[in-house]
Design a binder for this molecule. Structure first.
Ligand code: XUL
Ligand code: CO
Length: 476
């Protein structure tokens, strides 16, 4: 009874403190590590309400102009086309640091440590953020959400503690994990790679880390699990047995498939292609290379691809190209929605704001009938110079609005049908008896030579590229 009284008194004192100060206590950057032990109270994003759709004429930066979650486009709600997800590592661990400069962002809730207490606080901030943004999914690496440990046991115990909180917060908010992954690139043990390391002990350590990450992704009702081979590649072929490394990688994936089945995880396993960075050459170079790898090792039915737009351009393709390559191979699983900067050239992980690019992305997604159980993960970060808390919201809002405009435009193009008709006409010579014979594999070279002689010089029609571009632009 006495304890209860003291608790009520403390609660009243706290309420008075809030009333006087008007906001939650923060731990300033200069006090790194010296803040008191009480945990964060109140909201992380005070003054920011749930983001609403206000339509294209709204001037409110904290509103959606084009993304209207419940609105149906081509028979599906917008939120179901996208299944938007917040990337924990950028939004909650991104500091603005780059190879030339120190962090620029000091979020009020950060105390400058990577303690378990801080990890839990960040997790609560994550859930307030996704609730206010109106997004149903989030993605994580094991080491973003919980501190590493001196031993695997300690790292796993840290992870368990944070994951237990995440599970509780998920149940309260009805949010889920879009995908989880293991971070197999930061620690020095992974300097030669993880599954492709020249060291057997590292291969085993990576396997143990993925085993645990699969378990927690399953526990958090994740719908997918991603493998991004951060250091699965080489810096020099002179000291690399590429064939052996690729064989190891395939064995690693086989073991992951077996473990996924063993624990009853029904999520999709995804591989995220990237051509280089941090290694000079990464084995999952692009969608076609990865598809070839999966086919060679008999893994094609067990995996899909997570296409990241900035990785697409790093490999010399467009995002649309990578999506189409994945789609026509039945491998389109998820999109890491971001973009690079053509003047910079590396993996800048920017929010995608190009409406034309978004439209082409959505043409692929619609052709694919959507990408569920995958979604659109914002593997994107604020620019180093954007340092306000509300910039986190604004960045995600423009990312979502851009994709929503892409969806609306793509739907207009599909409903209009002119572009599809242009493509159909381009191939109409194959819509004939002989065309059907060729497509069915029933036209041999003797037969074709006979026809070529009979028909003489073929008439070749215009490709109408500029007309196609004109049609695309009319929908933007
Ligand atoms: C790195 C990258 C990763 C993966 C997950 O370029 O895209 O964040 O998405 O490891
Ligand atoms: Co990514």
């Amino acid at each position: 009874m006495k304890a209860w009284g003291i608790f009520l008194l403390l609660l009243c004192l706290q309420a008075i403190t809030y009333a006087v100060i008007g906001e939650s206590q923060t731990c300033p950057a200069e006090n790194v590590g010296k803040c008191d032990d009480s945990d964060w109270e109140g909201e992380f994003f005070p003054g920011i309400n749930k983001i609403k759709y206000e339509g294209p004429s709204s001037k409110n930066p904290l509103s959606f102009k084009w993304y209207n979650a419940e609105e149906e486009i081509l028979g599906k709600k917008m939120k179901d086309w996208f299944r938007f997800s917040v990337a924990f590592w950028h939004t909650f661990r991104g500091t603005g640091a780059d190879p030339f400069g120190a962090p620029t962002k000091y979020w009020p809730w950060e105390d400058g440590t990577n303690s378990l207490k801080m990890a839990k606080r960040r997790m609560r901030a994550n859930f307030e953020f996704i609730n206010k943004l109106g997004v149903d999914w989030w993605c994580f690496h094991d080491r973003d959400i919980a501190p590493d440990g001196e031993t695997l046991e300690e790292a796993n115990a840290n992870l368990d503690e944070v994951v237990a909180l995440a599970k509780e917060l998920q149940m309260q908010s009805k949010k889920k994990v879009l995908w989880g992954t293991a971070q197999l690139f930061m620690h020095p043990r992974y300097m030669h790679g993880a599954a492709t390391s020249s060291e057997l002990g590292v291969y085993a350590y990576a396997a143990a880390q993925v085993k645990k990450a699969l378990e927690v992704t399953h526990y958090l009702e994740g719908e997918n699990y991603v493998f991004w081979g951060g250091r699965e590649g080489y810096q020099s072929l002179l000291n690399t047995d590429m064939e052996r490394e690729l064989n190891h990688l395939a064995r690693f994936f086989e073991a992951a498939v077996a473990y996924k089945k063993k624990i009853g995880f029904n999520g999709t396993l995804l591989i995220e292609p990237k051509p280089q960075e941090p290694t000079k050459h990464q084995y999952d170079w692009d969608a076609a290379t990865t598809a070839n790898f999966l086919r060679k090792y008999g893994l094609i039915g067990e995996f899909k691809l997570n296409i990241e737009c900035n990785h697409a351009t790093l490999s010399g393709h467009s995002c649309h190209h990578e999506l189409e390559t994945a789609r026509i191979n039945g491998l389109l699983g998820n999109i890491d929605a971001n973009t690079g900067d053509p003047q910079v050239g590396w993996d800048t992980d920017q929010f995608l704001v190009d409406i034309q690019e978004a439209t082409m992305i959505m043409l692929s997604v619609i052709k694919n009938g959507g990408i569920a159980p995958g979604g659109f993960n914002f593997d994107a970060k604020l620019r180093r110079e954007s340092t306000d808390v509300d910039d986190l919201f604004i960045a995600h809002i423009i990312g979502m609005d851009t994709m929503a405009r892409g969806l609306r435009n793509a739907a207009t193009l599909i409903e209009d049908g002119t572009l599809a008709e242009l493509v159909r006409k381009r191939y109409q010579s194959f819509d004939t008896e002989i065309g059907a014979q060729i497509e069915a594999g029933k036209a041999d070279f003797d037969f074709l030579e006979k026809k070529a002689k009979e028909w003489g010089e073929p008439k070749v029609a215009s490709a109408k590229q500029e007309l196609a571009e004109m049609i695309l632009q009319s929908a933007l």
